[in-house]
Design a protein around this ligand. Structure first.
Ligand SMILES: O=C(O)CCC(=O)C(=O)O
Length: 288
């Protein structure tokens, strides 16, 4: 196992991503998917002035216990710890869902551009497949080695079929060098916040469901301005820097809903910085 993790770290350091790693068992996938679909059937309006769709895309772990729990999964944490070290916090838990036949895509981007964390290496996203995430289903593709440079300019497009908050995109990516990262249900990829990545439409017959968990270390806050919130999941709880949260206490708990508002308000300035239009995803009442 340790030997395998060494290889994972070496690939991640060289390429900025690694795909096809085991994360959840098939029964865990089934349980999580069934729960997500139960929420969609019963709780689509959401709570506290936020739609379920917004909770799914932004900080779901603050109000939905199963998403907070997923960020503590030992198999995922073992791989993330091999990359980031023993002290880990979950900054965000999100779902990226593409319905079968949907034209939704994700343009080429670097995650960290608008996170208000500078260009840190102390973060990684674990993206876990909760369905078959093949090339036809619109899996992610990555540009190997692109994390080794800095953050490059992004242009807001606000394109309707773009799943990103402002449809931001990097121009002129050499797509011929891109590598697809297909995943079987329960597998995950890990990617660096500066690694260029994108994904195409879902041309399959099933939903494409991905659970993206963004991990950071205490060190991220040493040089970042303002304040920010994260949920310690392994190792020491930071004594400063981060505003530490425990994660959802119950589904849409009133205290968590109030915290959700504070976090969204606190983070939205960075997440919407420099936008050429309204970034609805980070506004209360977003139907996203
Ligand atoms: O789900 C996708 O296709 C893209 C997800 C993504 O950009 C991310 O997790 O950083």
């Amino acid at each position: 196992m340790l030997d395998q993790l060494d290889k994972v770290v070496a690939t991640y350091n060289a390429d900025g991503f690694v795909a096809g790693l085991p994360a959840l068992s098939l029964s865990e996938v089934e349980e999580m998917r069934a729960y997500i679909e139960w929420l969609e059937a019963r709780h689509a309006p959401g709570a506290g002035g936020h739609s379920l769709a917004q909770f799914f895309r932004v900080n779901g772990h603050v109000v939905i216990p199963a998403l907070a729990q997923a960020a503590r999964h030992p198999t995922i944490l073992a791989a993330v710890e091999a990359i980031l070290g023993p002290n880990l916090l979950a900054w965000s838990v999100e779902l990226f869902i593409k319905e079968p036949g949907s034209a939704k895509t994700v343009s080429w981007h670097q995650d960290i551009t608008y996170w208000g964390m500078g260009e840190t290496n102390d973060e990684v996203t674990a993206w876990v497949a909760l369905s078959e995430v093949s090339q036809a289903a619109g899996c992610m593709r990555f540009l190997p080695g692109s994390h080794l440079g800095g953050v490059v300019p992004h242009t807001d497009t606000f394109a309707e079929d773009n799943l990103l908050s402002r449809g931001q995109e990097i121009a002129g990516v050499d797509e011929a060098r891109a590598v697809y990262g297909p995943l079987a249900p329960g597998q995950m990829s890990l990617h660096h916040g500066r690694c260029f990545h994108a994904s195409g439409p879902n041309q399959g017959t099933d939903r494409r469901i991905g659970l993206a968990i963004r991990y950071v270390t205490p060190a991220v806050r040493d040089h970042a301005p303002g304040r920010d919130w994260a949920m310690p999941v392994r190792g020491e709880v930071p004594r400063g820097g981060w505003d530490c949260i425990v994660g959802a206490r119950g589904l849409f708990d009133p205290a968590d809903l109030a915290l959700y508002d504070r976090i969204l308000m606190g983070q939205s300035a960075a997440l919407s910085a420099g936008a050429t239009g309204k970034v609805a995803l980070y506004e209360k009442g977003s139907a996203t």
